[in-house]
Design a protein around this ligand. Sequence first.
Ligand SMILES: O=C(O)CCC(=O)C(=O)O
Length: 362
Amino acid sequence: MTKNNLEYQVFTPSLYSSKEENNHNSSSITRNESRKLKRIQLKKLQAYEVIEKIENAPWKKIFSLEHTQYLCLTNVCFGGIGGVTTEQLSNIFKSFNGYLGLKLTHGKPYSFIIFNTPYDAFHAREALHEKSCDALNGKIMFIEYVNLNYQNFIKQIKNSDKRDIPGLILMEEFITIEQEKEILQVIYSTKSWIPVQDRMVVFGIKLAEFPFYMNSLLEKLRNLFPSIPKLEQLTIQIYPIGTGIPPHMDSHSSFGPSVIAFSLESSVIMEFKNIKTNKVVNIDLPRRSLMIIKDETRYAWSHAIRARKSDTLENGQIRDRGQRISLTLRTVNPDRICKCSWPELCDRNVNHFGSNIETGES
Ligand SMILES: O=C(O)CCC(=O)C(=O)O
């Protein structure tokens, strides 16, 4: 075969090429198009080989031919020169039906895009995979379905990057900019604030129905985490700049197994502490993120927001705080029975009055 013949061949090294590309055949494309396709395929293979190395698993096991609701995006880096912002990326994906959010990995050359259904994910992939994207200055995105059997990715999608706190789930960009705007408008027009220490709180009461502005968030939450028991209580808190919440563990016996917190208006570092080992882990709660506290994090770790005007991030950068609003949701435990595996840390046998257990730390 001559060099020229080779160049005319469409380079299709994988089953994972886009439908459009597979429809091309060597007679219907020009030499330039053929070269371009070849370059794209090579770039894609290189990107997947990097993932293989990091994961120590063949990419055909990591990705799936079957449509799943989770997409893995490669060839796009965050931050730095030439990197993209989460805002840019969520703007691209939110134009597709069923977009639920992004899950970024820190320092790894891939991230995840979560959709409501495999069908929704299919539409986004069809439109974007192997295509040059104007909103990313012409960058080509490679997008594959995450194999549901590939637990390392599934865990990363469903759990926080900080897997040393078992049971902590953090999803960035869970709330859209529009949703945040709508919720903040309603919250700021609320009159029933009560000062608690330096914060302003609309207290959690058991609600027959959540306020209308929570509907879309709750629907997303149910779709992604169907095992979370029905939530019944909402607490809204305003944290003016410089304020925080002391270390505490939500009462085991008063509330259900999952505590949900949405962050609005400003990001903040939350400090988690293992009550038995005193290990401390700082977790950045980005604006518009969802946090779920369950399992060990729920029953054996305290959490706190230190009262200060700025936070130091993992990369050493100092980030000024803005006023933050949190929406915390819980299930109320009417019989006050807790069967957790941490009886020594549990208030089930203690005559308690408050809803949260202050841990007495400073
Ligand atoms: O502000 C938050 O995100 C969490 C609030 C909290 O810890 C609580 O209400 O118990």
